[in-house]
Every structure is written in C-alpha cells, then in structure tokens.
Design a protein around this ligand. Structure first.
Ligand code: ADP
Ligand code: MG
Length: 402
C-alpha cells in the first residue's frame, strides 16, 4: 500500500490532490459542531499536502441525505472549523462536481485548500449501480492528479469517493487511515495480554456480529450499555422495558456457551440503574441485574458493576472499547461510562494500549472531560473498526493495495 509519505517524497508541488476525509461530525439544532474530533483528525494529512504546495481538494459527506441537496446536511459548518484548524481559508464549492466545484478547483493556487459540498448530495456516491457510481467517480477523478484516502470512518463502504475513485487515480493511504490500520493490526495480531474488549451502546445486532471473532483473540469480554440486556435475558433474567433484541437472545445464549468452552471470560453487569422512562428527570433506582422491575428500564450499569468492570480492566495490557455503558447523554446515566473511561486513562499511563472506537463513545469521553491523549488511540470510525476486527475485508483499504 502506498502512503502519503510516498506521495510527499515525489513531486507533489503544483499537483492537484483529491483527499477523501471523514468530516461527518455531530451537529446541534443550530448546526453548531458538538464534537469536532473528526475535523481535527483530518487536518494533518490536508496540512501536509498543502505545506508541500499541492492544490488540495477535500471531499466528504455529512449525515444521510438521499442523493439530493438538503440544506440541513450542508458542509458549511465544517468549512469554518476546518479553516480555523488549518489556519488558512478553505474555499467552498456549493456543489460536488457542478459549476461551483469546477470553478473553485480551477481557481486553486499552489498550497490552497478547497472543500466540495456533501458528496451524498449526488446519488452516484452511494449508488449500488456500478455505472452510476463510476460516472460520479470519473467526475471527481477529473479534478485531480492523485487520490489520498483518509476517511477511515467510511473505508468499509464501497462508495464512489472511497473505492471507485481509487481505481481511476494514483492512490495513497492518508496519515489517519495509516494510523488507524496500524492500531487495529496491533489488536488482531499478537495483542499484549490480558486483552479485554468492552462493548456497549445501542446497536445490539451490529455489534453481536463482532463478538464471534473477538472471542478468538480477546481474553475477556465486558458487556454493558444497551447491549447487556439481551445477554441478561439469555441468562434467563427479565429485563423490564430495557433495550432488548428479542431475535438475538438465542445468539447470545450460544455466545455464552462458546465463551465458556473457549475459556473466554464474559463479564456482564451485576447491577443496573433503572428508571421508569428514558429521561433524566425521573427518580432512578439501583437494582441487581436479575431483579429489574417489569415497568422499569436499565439505563446505566450500577455501582457494583462499575467496580467489577474496573477490576477486570485494571490489569489489562490491551483494551478495545466500543459503545457507552449507559445513556451517557443524560448526566444520571453517565457514571458507568465515566468509570470505564477512567480506568482506561489510568492503565494508558502505565503503558497499556487502549483504543476507543465509535462515534458516540468518542463523543462520550470528550463530553466527560477526558483529553484525547489520555487514551492510546481514539478511532474516528466505529463501524469501520468493528468490521476490521470482525475480520472482514474493507473495500476502501483493499483497493489501496491494488
Ligand atoms: P457508538 O457510536 O460508540 O458505536 P452506539 O451508537 O452503538 O455507540 O450507541 C450509543 C448510544 O447508546 C448512546 O446514544 C446511548 O445513549 C445509548 N445507550 C447506552 N446504554 C443504553 C441503555 N442502557 N439503554 C438505551 N440506550 C443506551
Ligand atoms: Mg453511534
């Protein structure tokens, strides 16, 4: 795989380089960026190219528009943040491959940076039709002499700006993609032991897929957040109104059996913070995990579980964490997530490799006041890192090898 170092070592001055970044940041109702982690993570690659005198054309998506422009998904809030972080003006094209994009790209001087509008305003970006996707990729490729793939959060997608464009231009892995892949390789090849994986969050079905593979490498699997209740149910406990994936109860049963056979330790919450509804303004209660009342829902792991999880993580030399331990957006349910973040920060200081993956997980640790450098690595791609750990081939990485 060629990397941006190879590109920089050649003659990139005056060349136009198309950079696929991941700028898919969370926005509040006024369209202010609530976590700019992904913009910050994209800066080093863009800056290196600009400093080397390349004309840099950055492409990215935001949210899930349906192949047509929609004001609320415009990348406008991102342009200003990117300009601030780069310390230079970023030109903005109001479309992806139309008149505005053409004139913005044509006007670039050496070292200038431009951002094109949300790629998903064009149906070609995510189309399942090879030709439609290819046509869009042709138009993007026509802007540039080389392609740098740096949007790690999208490398598991076979999309025009991730996959097809790489078949049309000399292609290189950006610094962020390089770092992410290196870290994930350390998790899959010979991790220092004990190696624990902490899973939480709300996407139960998605994340169950990764467990099978993780059981081959991890020594311990800690399961909290909305994930835990399907497992508790599989153990025969009632979970009241908690998040539950009824269809996956049998799968969880099988995981529990397989884990036992393989000698992998599965750690589930022993107590739970419950509330009558998904709200911060209600009375909460702590109950043992086998005593969740029928009219209540579990919204965080309880204090005994926080202790237990901390004990199971403290001696680890490698930890991968995806998914918050509770509904952390509401203060009463953020303690479990905070406890896990704290142990990880502690063991990072002692030299353990800790990796936090997942959009909400990354936002959670920042919201709780942790700094990025208190962890070994905060991955910008939740889905991509999970699929990598599942052992799947990521189209956006595979194509860079070609
Ligand atoms: P990530 O983005 O880190 O991969 P997910 O998207 O899977 O994580 O899940 C994050 C969401 O899970 C958060 O919005 C959080 O409120 C929610 N969550 C965590 N625990 C619970 C729970 N017990 N019940 C309901 N939702 C939960
Ligand atoms: Mg999420």
């Amino acid at each position: 795989m060629k990397t941006i170092e190879d590109l920089l070592a050649g003659d990139v001055h005056g060349k136009t380089v198309l950079v696929r970044s991941d700028l898919n940041v969370p926005l509040d109702d006024e369209r202010n960026i609530t976590d700019d982690g992904r913009v910050r993570a994209s800066v080093p690659t863009i800056k290196a190219l600009s400093d080397a005198g390349a004309k840099v054309v950055v492409v990215a998506h935001l949210g899930r528009p349906k192949g047509a422009p929609e004001e609320k998904y415009s990348l406008t809030p991102v342009v200003s943040r990117l300009s601030e972080l780069l310390g230079k003006d970023v030109a903005f094209a109001k479309d992806t491959v139309g008149e505005s994009a053409k004139s913005v790209v044509a006007g670039l001087q050496d070292g200038d940076v431009a951002l094109l509008e949300n790629l998903r305003f064009n149906p070609g970006e995510t189309s399942k039709d090879e030709k439609e996707r290819g046509d869009f990729a042709d138009q993007l490729a026509a802007f540039a002499d080389a392609f740098v793939s740096d949007g790690f959060g999208v490398v598991h997608r076979k999309q025009a700006s991730v996959y097809d464009v790489a078949t049309r231009l000399p292609h290189y892995a950006g610094g962020l993609v390089g770092t992410e892949v290196e870290v994930l390789q350390r998790l899959t090849q010979n991790p220092e032991r004990p190696y624990a994986v902490v899973l939480g969050g709300a996407k139960v079905a998605d994340k169950l897929a990764v467990i099978e593979n993780l059981m081959q490498t991890a020594d311990r699997l800690l399961i909290g957040g909305g994930m835990a209740y399907t497992f508790l149910k599989a153990q025969g406990h009632e979970v009241g109104k908690s998040l539950l994936d009824e269809e996956k109860v049998d799968t969880c049963k099988k995981f529990l059996e397989d884990a036992k056979a393989k000698g992998v330790e599965i750690v589930l919450p022993i107590d739970t913070v419950v509330a009558p509804e998904f709200s911060a303004d209600v009375d909460t209660l702590v109950v043992d995990s086998d005593e969740i009342p029928a009219d209540m829902m579990g919204l965080d792991i309880g204090p005994k579980s926080r202790e237990l999880f901390a004990t199971k993580l403290r001696d680890c030399r490698t930890v991968f964490w995806n998914g918050p331990m509770g509904a952390f957006e509401m203060a009463p349910y953020a303690y479990g997530t905070e406890a896990v973040a704290q142990v990880l920060a502690d063991i990072t200081k002692e030299g353990a490799l800790t990796v936090v993956g997942g959009g909400d997980s990354a936002a959670a640790v920042r919201q709780l006041g942790f700094a990025d450098d208190q962890f070994g690595h905060i991955s910008t791609g939740g889905g991509a890192s999970l699929e990598y750990l599942e052992g799947k081939t990521l189209p956006g990485i595979e194509i860079l090898d070609a």
